[in-house]
Design a binder for this molecule. Structure first.
Ligand code: SF4
Length: 353
């Protein structure tokens, strides 16, 4: 175990990539980077990280920010619950921990959006606590190193991986050790074609010895994304367009054009009239088709039929939304919105010739 740790640490100190969050020990900055890096590639996260810290340089700045401002800086990164949780957790840190992020895993995990992985990362990297982390990269490296041939999605395998990671973190420099495992997974022990001849821990590695590194980790195939049909419309009244804000779910707090999902047996234009009546209280006649936008979420693949409607009748009554604005169409882009709404706005505001 000692020589394995030493090999990882020596390799990491020479080979680690220069990333902005590796030049700080500020727990707040490390927390922001870890929140962004979940589900996001390093190269994508870097400019967001820099903009976020410039706009909200510490816990108090984030705690007192308007949610719309936080979402606007986050816009484009996806998984918006991360941004909402960051702000909610910052408010708790100010209220309960005097504005200082705690260093122990139990307190960290009591905060919104901080799970086992993020708590371990903050505790070990920012506070040098001997806490493990297991993300996709670490799970792959440990499966190969230890020759774990059980499905990594199974609870017993997950427990085993966390135990292996905990054993490794129980030595000097646990923060660097954890980052070494992650870095090795990202740059050497890659999912396909791992570079075993260049690997600092090859002599400890069971999969390398057995020649089946690429077959590990074993994982059951994820279910294919569920196809979903939906409608949305640019609804115009006296030259202004209706935008609505989601009240719940993954996209809560973000603005979009009104609409909703429907079952495949309905016609899209009929589904749109129904969705507008039920969800925003407006009646429209003769919606005009603007096109179709396709968008992939993690578990769903969406086909969104987009329309333009003018002169709706009725008063706005919201269901499933908690705010609305009538705005000049070209100002819609300034509201915090997700990647799907960006595609929809591109289509209705800049229609193809
Ligand atoms: S020897 Fe190969 S399979 Fe084993 S940890 Fe290193 S890169 Fe991964």
């Amino acid at each position: 175990m000692k020589s394995l740790r030493r090999a990882l640490l020596d390799w990491y100190r020479v080979n680690r990539r220069k990333l902005p969050w590796r030049t700080t020990r500020d727990p707040y900055a490390i927390w922001i980077s870890e929140a962004m890096l979940q589900q996001t590639r390093v190269e994508t996260a870097i400019p967001y990280y820099e903009r976020f810290l410039e706009r909200f340089p510490d816990v108090r700045a984030l705690a007192t920010a308007e949610l719309d401002d936080v979402l606007a800086v986050w816009a484009g990164l996806g998984y918006y619950s991360r941004a909402r949780n960051l702000r909610a957790a910052a408010q708790r840190v100010v209220g309960e921990f005097d504005g200082e992020l705690p260093g122990d895993v139990g307190s960290l995990r009591s905060l919104p959006g901080i799970g086992r992985y993020t708590a371990g990362a903050i505790a070990s990297i920012a506070f040098d606590r001997p806490e493990p982390v297991v993300d996709g990269n670490v799970a792959r490296v440990l499966s190969r190193l230890r020759g774990i041939r059980d499905d990594v999605k199974k609870p017993a395998t997950i427990r085993r991986l966390w135990q292996e990671a905990a054993d490794l973190a129980r030595g000097p420099h646990p923060g660097d050790l954890n980052q070494a495992l992650m870095e090795l997974g990202a740059t050497v022990c890659t999912p396909r074609a791992p570079r075993c001849p260049a690997c600092p821990v090859a002599r400890h590695c069971e999969a390398h010895r057995d020649g089946d590194a690429e077959a590990l980790p074993v994982q059951s195939r994820p279910a294919p994304p569920r196809p979903v049909e939906a409608v949305a419309a640019l609804v115009l009244r006296r030259g202004k367009a209706l935008a609505v804000r989601r009240s719940a779910g993954l996209l809560a707090g973000l603005w979009e054009l009104p609409g909703g999902e429907y079952s495949g047996s309905e016609r899209p234009s009929a589904a749109l009239r129904r969705a507008l009546r039920e969800r925003v209280g407006l009646t429209v006649t003769r919606p005009r088709r603007a096109g179709v936008v396709e968008h992939a979420f993690t578990h769903r693949s969406l086909r969104l039929h987009v329309f333009r409607c003018e002169r709706p009748s009725g008063r706005v009554r919201l269901r499933g939304f908690d705010g609305h604005h009538w705005l000049p169409p070209d100002s819609l882009c300034r509201l915090p919105h997700g990647a799907l709404t960006r595609k929809v706005l591109d289509l209705v505001l800049n229609p193809p010739p």
